[in-house]
Ligand binder design. Structure first.
Ligand code: FMN
Length: 222
């Protein structure tokens, strides 16, 4: 799966099968988070992995009673270490901390997608309740909760705005002329040609292979 495929394939899943996620896969997901970019490479995050049922129930309650979260066998709570960011960047550090946690969350969700594991980003929670549930000290701030598990529902792709409505060229509100041709039809056409090209090449190779094999067999028969 290439990255864009994973980005498009990922869906927020809110109903999970009653099976755990293999620890190896959890580690791969955490590793993706570890490699995410962070401001000044401060890596100002801690990842709390929650697998125990009663603690997951507390997390779901802290997330404003989103009880569907209890069906997820794994919760990952991303905490930011604000102090380090503020030491380095002053007030801007607060913003960077959220951005860093978001990068880690996205990297984890994409790795999960690659592994066939579904996820959901949960931003709605009561910070104090989460702190109490997970013994989070003052120096760490819970920023994002992720649920992980094997999907037990199929969710249709939510609509996305068209590219043309969100992209400007050079300055705000300057739309690209013939943007449909430049940004979309063009790349779709290239993709098609590339795909056909690869396919065509494979077909030709198979033909050559077959011809060589037939020649060899003929020779051997005398
Ligand atoms: C910052 C943020 C906070 C979110 N918080 C919640 C949440 O508390 N509960 C929930 O069910 N989904 C939450 N979501 C998931 C969004 O609802 C979901 O990403 C959106 O509807 C698009 O669907 P998709 O993820 O399948 O593309 C959150 C997503 C983001 C990025």
């Amino acid at each position: 799966m290439n990255v864009l495929e994973a980005i498009k394939k990922r869906r927020s899943i809110r109903k999970y099968k009653d099976v755990g996620v293999e620890w190896d896969n959890v580690v791969h997901i955490l590793e993706a988070g570890r490699y995410a970019p962070s401001a000044g490479n401060l890596q100002d995050w801690k990842f709390i992995v929650v697998t125990e049922e009663d603690i997951r129930a507390k997390v779901a309650r802290a997330c404003l009673n989103q009880s569907w979260m209890e069906t997820a066998p794994v919760h990952i709570v991303i905490c930011s270490i604000l102090e380090r960011q503020i030491q380095h960047y002053g007030d801007a550090g607060k913003k960077y901390a959220i951005e860093d946690a978001s990068c880690a969350a996205m990297a984890m969700m994409l790795e999960a997608t690659e592994l066939g594991i579904s996820s959901c980003w949960v931003g709605a929670f009561d910070e104090m309740m989460l702190r109490v549930a997970l013994n989070i000290p003052d120096r760490a701030t819970p920023t994002i909760v992720l649920t992980m598990g094997y999907a037990d529902e199929e969710v249709p792709e939510p609509t996305r705005t068209v590219l043309e409505s969100v992209v400007f060229l050079q300055h705000y509100a300057n739309r690209i002329k013939n943007e449909n041709m430049v940004m979309w039809n063009w790349s779709l056409e290239m993709e098609k040609q590339l795909h056909e090209g690869k396919h065509g090449l494979k077909k030709r190779l198979e033909k050559v292979k077959k011809a060589v094999k037939e020649k060899l067999e003929k020779k051997m028969r005398g």
